[in-house]
Design a protein around this ligand. Structure first.
Ligand code: NAP
Length: 285
C-alpha cells in the first residue's frame, strides 16, 4: 500500500489559478503542493503573446509568463509536480487522498484549479484528422501550415486572436462562423479587421473534414441550408468554446448543467475542505 505524503494544501492544476494559489499558500506558511497532469502554465501555454495581463504593457509570451508564475511559487517553497498524469481524488474521514503518478498525497484542504479544455466541434472526420490537419492550438501547430490555407472555426475571442496569429504564417485564413456577427470583443475583432489574408464566411458551419491521410478540404453548409460546398484547406483550427476539466470529481461536488463547479464567495464547493479556483468555476467573465 502507498503511504500518502501529508500536506496542508494540495492544489490540482498548475495554470494561473493553481500557481497563484500555490504562491499564496506557501507564503502563508502552508506545506503546499501543486499537481498538474502536464506542464505548468495551463492555457497560457496555448497562447503566443498575452497583452491583457497587468504589469506587462508590451505583452509577454504565454510560456514566459508561465515560467514566471512557476518561479515565484517555488521561491516560497511551493512544490510543483509536473506530468502527474491523471489524478484521482478520494475522501477518507475528514481528509482527501489524491493519487497521481504512482504516489499518494493527503490533505484536509484541496483546491481544484484544473481549468478547461477545448470543446470539440463534433463534425464528421474531426477525430480522424485530429493531428493530421485538425488542431485546437494555433501556437502549437501553426508552423505546419506555413504558406498554406487554413480555416478557423468559431466567432469568439479565441477564434479571432488565433486567426490573427495564423495570418502571420499562413497564406490565407478563412474564419467560419455560424452567425452573421462575432461574439468576440471589439478588441479582438480589431485584430483581424484589416488583415488582407483573413476573410470571414458568415452563417456557415463545417459539416465534414475530408482528405486521405491528411486534411484536404472542409465541407461547408450555409446554416439556412441554401448552399453546400467544399473549401480546399490544409489546416482547420477549432475554437468553439471550452469544457471544464471535472471528470475526476466525485458526485458529491455540485456542478452546474454546463459542467462548471459551483462555489460560494469563499470559493468553497459543496464538499467541506474542497475549493475551486479559476476557469473551472461557474462564473461570468
Ligand atoms: P466563446 O466565447 O464561448 O466562443 C465560442 C464561439 O464558438 C462562439 O462564437 C460560438 O458561436 C462558436 N461555437 C460554439 N459552438 C459551436 C458549434 N458547435 N459550431 C460552430 N460554432 C460554435 O469561447 P472562447 O472564444 O474560447 O472564449 C472563452 C472565454 O475566454 C470567453 O469569455 C472569452 O472572452 C475569454 N477569452 C478572452 C481572451 C482575451 O481577453 N484576450 C482571449 C481568449 C478567450 P456563437 O457566437 O454563435 O455562440
Amino acid at each position: 500500500m502507498i503511504v500518502p505524503k501529508t500536506y496542508d494544501l494540495i492544489i490540482l492544476g498548475a495554470g494561473p489559478a493553481g500557481l497563484t494559489a500555490g504562491l499564496y499558500g506557501s507564503r502563508a506558511g502552508l506545506k503546499t503542493i501543486v499537481l498538474d497532469p502536464k506542464n505548468p502554465g495551463g492555457q497560457m501555454l496555448l497562447t503566443d503573446d498575452i497583452y491583457n495581463y497587468p504589469g506587462h504593457p508590451d505583452g509577454i509570451t504565454g510560456q514566459k509568463l508561465a515560467d514566471l508564475f512557476l518561479k515565484q511559487a517555488q521561491k516560497y517553497g511551493c512544490e510543483v509536480l509536473n506530468r502527474a498524469g491523471s489524478v484521482q481524488l478520494a475522501q477518507k474521514d475528514d481528509h482527501f487522498i489524491i493519487t497521481a503518478r504512482d504516489a499518494a498525497y493527503q490533505s484536509d484542504a484541496v483546491i481544484v484549479a484544473t481549468g478547461c479544455s477545448p470543446r470539440r466541434l463534433g463534425a464528421a472526420g474531426e477525430k480522424k484528422f485530429s493531428g493530421a490537419g485538425v488542431s485546437y492550438c494555433a501556437v502549437c501547430d501553426a508552423n505546419f501550415f506555413e504558406d498554406l490555407e487554413v480555416v478557423v472555426i468559431g466567432g469568439g475571442d479565441s477564434a479571432l486572436e488565433e486567426a490573427a496569429y495564423l495570418s502571420r504564417l499562413c497564406k490565407h485564413v478563412h474564419i467560419i462562423h455560424r452567425r452573421n456577427q462575432f461574439r468576440a470583443s471589439d478588441a479582438c475583432q480589431c485584430l483581424v479587421r484589416n488583415l488582407k489574408n483573413v476573410s470571414v464566411i458568415w452563417d456557415t458551419v463545417v459539416e465534414k473534414f475530408q482528405g486521405d491521410d491528411l486534411l484536404e478540404s472542409v465541407h461547408l453548409s450555409k446554416t439556412d441550408g441554401s448552399k453546400k460546398w467544399d473549401l480546399n484547406v490544409n489546416g482547420a483550427f477549432i475554437y468553439v468554446g471550452q469544457i471544464a476539466n471535472t471528470a475526476f470529481l466525485p458526485d458529491s461536488v455540485d456542478i452546474d448543467p454546463a459542467g462548471w463547479i459551483i462555489t460560494n464567495e469563499k470559493l468553497e464547493t459543496s464538499v467541506r475542505g474542497l475549493y475551486a479556483a479559476g476557469d473551472v468555476r461557474q462564473k461570468d467573465v
